[in-house]
Design a protein around this ligand. Sequence first.
Ligand code: FE2
Ligand code: FE2
Length: 278
Amino acid sequence: MRIAFFGDVVGKSGRDALIKYISSNKAKHKFDFIIVNGENSAHGYGISQAICAEFFSAGIDVITMGNHTFDKKDDLQLFDREKRLIRPLNYPKGTPGQGYVISEIPFTNQKVLVINLIGRIGMEQNDDPFSVVNEFLNNFKLGTNIEAIFIDFHAETTSEKTALARYLDGRISAIIGTHTHVPTADPQIFKHGTGFLSDCGMCGDYNTVIGMDEEASIKRFIYKIHARAKMIPGINEATVCGVVLDIGQNGLCKDIQTIRVGGFLKEQKDCVPKCAGI
Ligand SMILES: [Fe+2]
Ligand SMILES: [Fe+2]
């Protein structure tokens, strides 16, 4: 089974680049299942019903979120209505929506469990992701009652991401970090078979400050008065940043490769074609 995951989609340039990439590469690279982090897809802040529909019709199977989950306050019921849109599992009880979803891949009927978690270092107060996911995963055994388990861990620091990933090694297929909007160069498969990357990077305009207008972002650091000003996403061509995971019969990761295509970041031209056709 081949899973493709794409990091934080920022604004219209991120959405357009990602949808274009998927339409020309989904069949070519044999993606069985596509997951996307959509926390910044609505002009940098949250997501809407219309964007969910746009993503699902483009072939995206599950949308994960993060600290911007509830930025759009006009339709919080969206998270209860749309089961393929998930928010962090370690949000307090009573929070709208679900922290996980189990989806079936058409024709093969293989089940994929997708979990969204959020970190605690440098983030708002959240429940402990370690204990929450540890208890939740007791219900699942890879290769027995579930074919793949994927986690999007939305966190600020590479240390917290790596620690959680190693804590779960062998119990899940892969855990990929999001939130920093900058791709890291540490894709690996741990000794018990879990695939990992500290941060996937964003699908967004890299001629900005992590996806948002350069001038406003710089002012925000210099002048106190701008500290709370909302910023607008960059409008240049986005770089699509993602990861491709090949999952074996036992549910563990056989291969992990990164995608970095288009826009201002230096491309990785040979990454996905190498694993296509496995
Ligand atoms: Fe983000
Ligand atoms: Fe975030």
